[in-house]
Design a protein around this ligand. Sequence first.
Ligand code: FMN
Length: 177
Amino acid sequence: MDVFQVIRDRRSIRKYQDTPVEDAKIEQVLDAARLAPSWKNMQCWRFLVLREQADRTKLLAAIPDDNPGKKAIAAAPVVIIVCADPAESDVENGIEYYIADTAIAFEHLCLTAHALGLGTCWMGWYNEEQIKSAFNIPDGIRIVGLTPLGYPNQEPKPRPRKELADIAFYDIWPDNC
Ligand SMILES: Cc1cc2nc3c(=O)[nH]c(=O)nc-3n(C[C@H](O)[C@H](O)[C@H](O)COP(=O)(O)O)c2cc1C
């Protein structure tokens, strides 16, 4: 699969098969995250991989029932909690770059998972403090997101995207945008 095809065909997957994910594939998606670019190459990201079903109870308690991805967290064979140490990044122009660093790594992980036939769903709606205390995540570490990981049990249609003309401009910012 070429990279654009992977980008185009990736979807947020919220239904999973029971089939376990091979350790080599887990390692490959983590390795793709590891290779991401980052502020001064400081690599502030950290990944906590949950493979035991027992861990899910603690995690589910921290996710609102209205979150459309909650059932996927319960069902997927693996969940990855994507974290960052902000002390290993910087703030410039008011932008906390640990979020950008970790988001890039997270998307590397999601795209690689798709290329390997696996599904993911970036999730940002949870109680961070509850997850941190349940999994012994230190005070200074932030949770940037989490994702189920497993073989998809659905083929969602593409969600709409804005037209290129509405989001990309040439030479000067147009007056009407
Ligand atoms: C930062 C971020 C947070 C998200 N949080 C959630 C979430 O908590 N629960 C969920 O079901 N989906 C979540 N999503 C998935 C989005 O709803 C999804 O990416 C969007 O609808 C586009 O669909 P697609 O990923 O299939 O293209 C999140 C996505 C991003 C990038």
